[in-house]
Design a protein around this ligand. Structure first.
Ligand SMILES: [Zn+2]
Ligand SMILES: [Zn+2]
Length: 424
């Protein structure tokens, strides 16, 4: 049901108020019986059909502008941002496609075929493909977890349920009513942890033990595990920590990390540090042994939506429409070494490798796309188009990855081993 609504939204967005400017596809096929027909019975000029405002923006956006924040070290990490544009995307024929999905194709009846100037695909770029779609959630997919070694996928939604999917059949094999919107979900070993308002639920997928950890005030937006510690970023700005007690097989409250003045929406662990991104626009760096805050990064000007460790770098994205790359100086403090501008704003980041082992950064943008960037060049490698914005991206096994969007749809993607025709 919600999926149909999503299609309508895409349809409206593609056509919008200018739907009378669309060429009638029945007329195109020589058999329009509508009178009066709301669509044009004549061809549009090619330029206005293919170069809509949004596709023009998309192409302009590939002009990466190099570096920022070098701070007197001109040769330092100088490979960041040497992208200059999309690398993939070859082999799509002579027709330059507007980067919009064809609404007739979505409805299964586009008569333009190869000549259609809109996409007959949910993606642009080579080397990856859509395997299947998982439909069931009634509202936005807010989290996806894939326990390693499992054959089950877990998804959480603002429809207040978690769904369990069998990876062989693609069928939903369980729906768990949580009584609150899912804020986040991760897996670690046999455990799946789910953040909901005022609680973290912990499910052991092997012995089926269920625990409910209280302490959070408001929504739990982010979870991360380091060694035997579980950290939860909460709506009131604190980060709660639990320690796993092997003897009692339970999680015991261990600490509350104070410092952020607003909700903590992203957490990541790397190099014996915990990094927290917040609605107070800052990233805090915490020593994992002392649990003390050792640095506060204040260079973002809006909510820090996602933090990610890649090699020796910290990457962060913000509603200020930038991705920042941070690197530790000799003193140990983090400084910005590169800023990538993304005009639509990036909601979440995920890093993975393609089928040839190249590092790829996936960024879910606020314009209903997921952009795929090569690292460290930030060259745009491809793009996924969705019905609404993607709020969750998760890596699976064997080159598989998952996206969940605002309509409740989960998509399963695969990096394939096919040769990629890259244009450098
Ligand atoms: Zn017509
Ligand atoms: Zn079409």
């Amino acid at each position: 049901m919600d999926v149909d609504g999503g299609s309508k939204r895409v349809y409206n967005r593609l056509g919008g108020d200018a739907k009378h400017q669309k060429v009638c596809f029945h007329w195109q096929a020589g058999k329009c019986n509508r009178y009066p027909c709301p669509f044009l019975h004549s061809e549009l000029p090619a330029s206005s059909h293919a170069n809509g405002a949004s596709s023009k923006r998309a192409y302009d956006n590939t002009g990466l502008s190099g570096f920022s924040g070098q701070r007197g070290r001109p040769n330092f990490n100088n490979t960041w941002g040497r992208g200059g544009g999309r690398g993939g995307g070859g082999g799509r024929g002579a027709v330059v496609k507007a980067e919009k999905v064809c609404n007739y194709w979505i409805q299964g009846n586009c008569n333009y075929g190869e000549r259609c100037k809109f996409l007959h695909s949910w993606k642009v770029g080579d080397g990856f493909s859509l395997l299947t779609q998982l439909e069931g959630h009634q509202k936005a997919v807010s989290a996806i977890a894939f326990p390693s070694g499992s054959d089950k996928l877990y998804t959480g939604s603002t429809d207040e349920t978690a769904r369990i999917w069998d990876c062989q059949s693609g069928k939903c094999v369980g729906v768990i009513n949580l009584g609150g919107e899912v804020g986040c979900m991760i897996s670690e070993g046999p455990w799946v942890f789910v953040g909901i308002p005022n609680f973290v639920k912990a499910w052991n997928t092997q012995n089926l033990m269920e625990l409910s950890l209280n302490g959070p005030v408001g929504q739990v937006y982010a979870l991360v595990v380091s060694n035997d510690m579980l950290f939860a970023g909460t709506q009131d700005g604190s980060i709660l920590a639990w320690k796993f007690n092997v003897g009692n097989n339970c999680f015991e409250p261990a600490a509350s990390l104070k410092g952020h003045s607003r909700g903590v929406v992203s957490l990541v662990v790397g190099a014996n540090r915990l990094y927290s991104g917040s609605m107070d626009n800052t990233i805090r760096v915490w020593n994992l042994e002392t649990l003390q805050c050792i640095q506060t990064l204040t260079e973002h000007t809006s909510v820090v939506m996602s933090v990610l460790c890649w090699e020796q770098f910290l990457l962060s994205c913000s509603l200020d429409k930038t991705v920042k790359v941070w690197y530790a100086t000799e003193s140990g403090n983090l400084e910005v070494t590169y800023t990538h501008n993304e005009e639509h704003g990036i909601l979440t980041l995920c890093g993975m490798h393609d089928s040839q082992g190249k590092p790829i950064l996936l960024g879910a943008c606020n314009d209903n796309t997921v952009r795929l960037y090569d690292l460290p060049s930030f060259a745009e490698r491809g793009k996924i188009l969705t019905k609404q914005e993607v709020r969750a991206i998760q890596i699976g096994p064997n080159g598989i990855f998952f996206t969940g969007d605002g309509t409740g749809e989960v998509r399963v993607w695969n990096w394939s081993a096919e040769a990629t025709a890259t244009v450098q």
